[in-house]
Design a protein. Structure first.
Length: 164
Protein backbone atom coordinates (compact mmCIF):
# COMPACT_ATOMS: atom_id res chain seq x y z
CA UNK A 1 0.00 0.00 0.00
CA UNK A 2 1.12 3.51 -0.80
CA UNK A 3 1.91 5.69 2.22
CA UNK A 4 0.61 8.99 0.79
CA UNK A 5 -0.44 10.36 -2.58
CA UNK A 6 -1.59 13.78 -3.81
CA UNK A 7 -4.27 12.01 -5.85
CA UNK A 8 -6.21 11.18 -2.68
CA UNK A 9 -7.09 14.87 -2.37
CA UNK A 10 -9.18 14.81 -5.54
CA UNK A 11 -11.34 11.93 -4.33
CA UNK A 12 -14.91 12.55 -3.16
CA UNK A 13 -14.77 9.49 -0.92
CA UNK A 14 -14.72 10.72 2.74
CA UNK A 15 -12.47 7.85 3.82
CA UNK A 16 -9.84 8.83 1.26
CA UNK A 17 -10.11 12.48 2.34
CA UNK A 18 -9.36 11.47 5.94
CA UNK A 19 -6.55 9.21 4.73
CA UNK A 20 -5.04 12.20 2.85
CA UNK A 21 -5.05 14.34 6.01
CA UNK A 22 -3.93 11.68 8.50
CA UNK A 23 -1.04 10.40 6.36
CA UNK A 24 0.05 13.76 4.93
CA UNK A 25 3.74 14.69 5.24
CA UNK A 26 4.74 17.76 7.27
CA UNK A 27 5.08 20.16 4.33
CA UNK A 28 1.46 19.43 3.34
CA UNK A 29 0.18 19.50 6.93
CA UNK A 30 1.56 23.03 7.27
CA UNK A 31 -0.83 24.17 4.53
CA UNK A 32 -3.71 22.41 6.31
CA UNK A 33 -3.08 24.71 9.31
CA UNK A 34 -5.00 27.59 7.72
CA UNK A 35 -7.70 29.72 9.34
CA UNK A 36 -10.21 32.18 7.91
CA UNK A 37 -9.30 35.85 7.86
CA UNK A 38 -11.49 38.56 9.43
CA UNK A 39 -13.64 40.61 7.05
CA UNK A 40 -11.25 43.60 7.18
CA UNK A 41 -8.26 41.40 6.33
CA UNK A 42 -10.23 39.69 3.54
CA UNK A 43 -10.89 43.03 1.88
CA UNK A 44 -7.32 44.23 2.41
CA UNK A 45 -5.52 41.12 1.10
CA UNK A 46 -8.18 39.63 -1.25
CA UNK A 47 -7.82 36.24 0.44
CA UNK A 48 -10.31 34.23 2.46
CA UNK A 49 -7.89 32.15 4.53
CA UNK A 50 -4.18 31.84 5.21
CA UNK A 51 -1.89 29.51 7.21
CA UNK A 52 -1.56 30.58 10.84
CA UNK A 53 1.73 31.46 12.49
CA UNK A 54 3.00 32.01 16.01
CA UNK A 55 2.22 35.60 16.98
CA UNK A 56 -1.02 35.94 15.00
CA UNK A 57 -4.01 37.17 16.99
CA UNK A 58 -7.06 34.94 16.58
CA UNK A 59 -10.66 34.68 17.72
CA UNK A 60 -12.17 31.28 18.54
CA UNK A 61 -15.40 30.71 16.61
CA UNK A 62 -16.54 27.29 17.86
CA UNK A 63 -16.50 25.23 21.02
CA UNK A 64 -16.18 25.85 24.74
CA UNK A 65 -13.99 28.96 24.29
CA UNK A 66 -16.17 30.61 21.62
CA UNK A 67 -15.67 34.41 21.16
CA UNK A 68 -12.41 34.43 23.16
CA UNK A 69 -9.38 36.11 21.63
CA UNK A 70 -5.66 35.60 22.08
CA UNK A 71 -2.24 35.29 20.48
CA UNK A 72 -0.98 31.99 19.13
CA UNK A 73 1.88 30.79 21.33
CA UNK A 74 2.49 27.30 19.89
CA UNK A 75 1.60 25.30 16.79
CA UNK A 76 1.81 21.53 16.50
CA UNK A 77 2.16 20.69 12.82
CA UNK A 78 2.29 16.98 13.58
CA UNK A 79 -1.05 17.05 15.43
CA UNK A 80 -2.45 19.92 13.29
CA UNK A 81 -3.43 21.77 16.48
CA UNK A 82 -2.95 25.33 17.71
CA UNK A 83 -2.36 26.58 21.27
CA UNK A 84 -3.44 30.10 22.28
CA UNK A 85 -2.36 32.31 25.21
CA UNK A 86 -5.00 32.40 27.95
CA UNK A 87 -6.93 29.37 26.69
CA UNK A 88 -6.28 26.80 29.43
CA UNK A 89 -8.04 24.04 31.32
CA UNK A 90 -7.44 22.92 34.91
CA UNK A 91 -6.22 19.39 35.46
CA UNK A 92 -7.37 17.24 38.37
CA UNK A 93 -4.20 18.04 40.31
CA UNK A 94 -4.96 21.78 39.96
CA UNK A 95 -2.34 22.72 37.36
CA UNK A 96 -3.26 24.54 34.14
CA UNK A 97 -2.75 23.01 30.71
CA UNK A 98 -3.10 24.65 27.28
CA UNK A 99 -6.07 23.54 25.22
CA UNK A 100 -5.42 22.48 21.63
CA UNK A 101 -7.73 23.95 18.99
CA UNK A 102 -8.22 23.08 15.33
CA UNK A 103 -7.43 25.92 12.91
CA UNK A 104 -10.82 25.54 11.19
CA UNK A 105 -12.42 26.82 14.41
CA UNK A 106 -10.43 30.06 14.39
CA UNK A 107 -10.58 33.45 12.69
CA UNK A 108 -7.41 35.50 12.23
CA UNK A 109 -7.91 39.06 13.54
CA UNK A 110 -4.40 40.46 13.13
CA UNK A 111 -1.34 39.07 11.41
CA UNK A 112 2.30 38.87 12.43
CA UNK A 113 3.97 40.30 9.31
CA UNK A 114 7.50 40.47 10.72
CA UNK A 115 8.76 38.05 8.09
CA UNK A 116 9.29 39.32 4.53
CA UNK A 117 8.36 35.98 2.96
CA UNK A 118 4.96 36.03 4.64
CA UNK A 119 4.36 39.62 3.57
CA UNK A 120 5.26 38.69 -0.02
CA UNK A 121 2.84 35.74 0.13
CA UNK A 122 0.02 38.15 0.94
CA UNK A 123 0.98 40.70 -1.70
CA UNK A 124 1.39 38.05 -4.39
CA UNK A 125 -2.26 38.09 -5.47
CA UNK A 126 -3.35 41.54 -4.25
CA UNK A 127 -5.44 43.28 -6.88
CA UNK A 128 -4.18 46.54 -8.29
CA UNK A 129 -6.37 49.41 -9.46
CA UNK A 130 -6.03 50.50 -13.08
CA UNK A 131 -6.57 54.03 -14.40
CA UNK A 132 -10.21 53.39 -15.30
CA UNK A 133 -10.98 52.24 -11.74
CA UNK A 134 -11.48 48.53 -12.41
CA UNK A 135 -9.63 45.99 -10.28
CA UNK A 136 -7.63 43.33 -12.06
CA UNK A 137 -5.29 40.63 -10.77
CA UNK A 138 -1.55 41.24 -11.16
CA UNK A 139 -1.13 38.13 -13.27
CA UNK A 140 -2.36 38.95 -16.77
CA UNK A 141 -4.58 36.39 -18.45
CA UNK A 142 -3.23 35.23 -21.79
CA UNK A 143 -5.19 36.21 -24.90
CA UNK A 144 -5.28 32.57 -26.04
CA UNK A 145 -7.24 31.62 -22.92
CA UNK A 146 -9.74 34.42 -23.50
CA UNK A 147 -10.25 33.39 -27.13
CA UNK A 148 -10.79 29.74 -26.18
CA UNK A 149 -13.36 30.77 -23.56
CA UNK A 150 -15.23 32.87 -26.14
CA UNK A 151 -15.27 29.93 -28.56
CA UNK A 152 -16.53 27.68 -25.77
CA UNK A 153 -19.37 30.14 -25.03
CA UNK A 154 -20.41 30.12 -28.70
CA UNK A 155 -20.53 26.32 -28.71
CA UNK A 156 -22.57 26.28 -25.50
CA UNK A 157 -25.01 28.87 -26.89
CA UNK A 158 -25.53 26.80 -30.06
CA UNK A 159 -26.33 23.68 -28.04
CA UNK A 160 -28.79 25.66 -25.91
CA UNK A 161 -30.50 27.02 -29.03
CA UNK A 162 -30.82 23.51 -30.51
CA UNK A 163 -32.28 22.07 -27.31
CA UNK A 164 -34.94 24.82 -27.02
Amino acid sequence: MKFWSRKWKSSTNPGKQRKYVYNAPMHVRRKLLAANLSEELRKKYSKRSFPVRKGDEVEIMRGEFKKKKGKINRISVKKTKIYIDGITRKKVDGSDISVSIQPSNLRIISLDLGDEERLNAFNKNVKKVEKNGKKTPKKAVSSKLLESEKKGDKVRNKTKARSS
